[in-house]
Design a protein around this ligand. Sequence first.
Ligand SMILES: [Zn+2]
Length: 193
Amino acid sequence: MQSLIDHARTFHERVSGGREQAATLNEGVSPQAMFITCSDAQVIPSLITGARPGELFELRTAGNVIPPYRLGRLTTEAATIEYAVNVLGVCDLIVCGHTRCGAVQGRVRSWTLRSAPTTRWWLLQTHRWREAPAGSGEPERAHLVAQLDKLRRYPRVARRLASGRLRLHGWFYEVDTGVVSNYRPESGAFTPL
Ligand SMILES: [Zn+2]
């Protein structure tokens, strides 16, 4: 922890010394995309995408779970997605799952979440999975597809997808190899980006 504190304490010195980053931070943000992924420390969106400060609007939850949309139901996820789409006007939504996801594994083997009943309830109640894509052998992929299905039902997302003003991407990151693949809804397959 101390190294994190030390870095934060001197962060302003590095910002003022780096003109490009300082300019980005001072000008405000106009992100290229919204990146929804797991809170897992192994997944680092800026490293995976090469995004510079200000280029990604991020939403991170345990297991990159997106709750089903329900009118009048307030959730952090719904509010953050709404802000990205309605206010920032992002044109691309990326949901990125990953291998060796502790949350998804916890849903499969619920005994591993005995000490985290809220997490277990959340994972069990927020969605149903489709069958895993043939040959994938990884529940994380089916889990990702379920999140994409729910995101498509958010009214603003649905309208913008229908009008072509928004694109939805399902990415899958393999933490051991760094390979990122893309979900193809028309075939149900994951193919290299
Ligand atoms: Zn995860």
